[in-house]
Design a protein around this ligand. Structure first.
Ligand code: HSE
Length: 441
């Protein structure tokens, strides 16, 4: 049978990886897919560079629309990124009856509802395994492998840049700014790392996971997003002393009131596997009612790991493109007419436990006042650690750090209590609040 023809929009790191892996493993891929899969056309603004990355048999153009207009092309891979031209091109490819493979998490987290609806009308597939956690087949696992389950929660390290930075901060006792510069020098962090360090990239991915876990529309605008820029080396050290590591987690949970969807630094018990995921690696923990807790670990970015996910989508589409659209795996795991309207909860309604660090005057009655405010708010304390004043502020210091771990509390209640604590004259600096996730099965 004639090979399926693929057009590639944008040949950067992932695009060239996709081309190379398809070439290298073409025989095995063909045995799995049932027919060959060939990239026959590439669109890139730098035509000369693009041509140097692919064989002479591949047509390279500088106009993405020429790929979409080519009637020979069955599948379009979008690797341009962002919500601008990429959105236009994806919608145009769908309108032209092409199947689409994309790694574009930002596009799907923000415009997924519109894109999947357009694809359903045209009876084409939009596949996005590469959009979440790079090479880890988490979309496949959630949509198919765990399809028997009522998913209870997902917690993932789904941004390699920030995990690398946090690992370095912990290993070397360095501050965020220093490690960020080093990560940029080594190429782990982009020149403009905003989306990574502010948690936006992780929130795009968490939004997609949330949607396919519970069958709710993609709702990036409802996600709570907090990055790692304000984390101090001392909090990483104190957390370690209390038996925790700080990770930037993407979390989505089903609760009686609705769904939690949030990205923020979290203390994770050191004994959990997730806490031991270091460097630029990614890992996702999924808890389902039947299966219990499962863990998926691997490279979340990079040329060939991401290509691995792109090609898995190409194979899926090759196997299924002649099937009646009703017999394909639904884009968001649940049938489009069976989506849920379970609300995404505002952050003030989220219930979790907390790490608090208060820089206080080292004098009688301070601890009693602090614990009194928490008790009044109904917030139960799990552990308290007080450092020697000398250790914190140098010899003769009259200040110290008070570290408190709490049991579960509603975020809104904690916010109110923090305002009262901050107003105490003996609290000498802005209070640090980091959420804590026990992640018990
Ligand atoms: N910038 C992402 C990361 C990879 O650091 O994990 C692409 O989503």
């Amino acid at each position: 049978m004639k090979a399926i023809q693929v057009g590639l929009l944008g040949i950067g790191t992932v695009g060239s990886g996709t081309y190379n892996v398809l070439q290298r493993n073409q025989e095995e891929i063909k045995r799995r897919a049932g027919r060959g899969i060939e990239i026959t056309m590439v669109a890139d603004l730098d035509v000369a560079r693009a041509q140097s990355l692919v064989g002479p048999g591949v047509q390279v153009v500088n106009d993405a629309r020429a790929v979409i207009a080519n009637p020979e092309i069955d599948i379009v891979i979008e690797l341009i990124g962002g919500y601008g031209i990429a959105k236009q091109l994806v919608l145009e490819a769908i309108a032209a009856g092409k199947h689409v493979v994309t790694a574009n998490k930002a596009l799907l987290a923000v415009h997924g509802t519109e894109i999947f609806a357009a694809a359903s009308v045209k009876g084409v597939m939009v596949a996005f395994e590469a959009a979440v956690a790079g090479g880890i087949p988490i979309i496949k696992a959630l949509r198919e492998g765990l399809t028997a389950n009522r998913i209870q929660w997902i917690a993932g390290i789904i941004n390699g840049t920030t995990n690398f930075i946090l690992s370095e901060m912990r290993d070397k006792g360095l501050d965020f700014d220093v490690v960020l510069k080093e990560a940029q020098r080594l190429g782990y962090a982009e020149a403009d790392p905003t989306f990574d360090i502010e948690g936006v990239d992780a929130a795009h991915k968490a939004t997609i996971l949330c949607s396919i876990a519970y069958g709710v529309p993609v709702q990036f605008d409802k996600a709570y997003v907090e990055g790692i820029t304000k984390l101090g080396a001392q909090d990483i050290r104190y957390a370690e002393q209390l038996g925790y590591r700080i990770k930037l987690l993407g979390i989505t949970k089903r609760t009686a009131k609705g769904i939690e969807l949030r990205v923020h630094p979290s203390l994770v018990p050191t004994k959990r596997l997730l806490a031991n995921v270091e460097g630029a690696m990614n890992a996702v923990v999924v808890n389902g009612d039947a299966v219990g807790t499962t863990l998926y670990y691997g490279k979340g970015a990079g040329s060939e790991p991401t290509a691995s996910a792109v090609i898995a989508d190409l194979v899926d589409i090759t196997r299924l493109h002649t099937a009646d659209p009703l017999h394909r795996v639904p884009h968001l795991a649940f049938q489009p007419d069976a989506m849920s309207n379970l609300p995404v909860l505002p952050m003030s309604e989220v219930v979790t436990s907390y790490y608090l660090r208060l820089r206080v005057a080292d004098q009688a009655g301070v601890l009693a006042k602090v614990t009194g405010i928490l008790a009044e708010a109904g917030i139960s304390i799990d552990a308290v650690l007080q450092r020697e004043a000398d250790e914190v502020g140098g010899e003769g210091s009259t200040q110290t750090d008070l570290i408190i771990l709490t049991h579960d509390a509603r975020e809104g209640t904690m916010n109110d209590a923090l305002l009262k604590l901050q107003a105490l004259p003996t609290v000498l600096a802005p209070i640090v609040r980091i959420r804590k996730e026990e992640l018990a099965g």
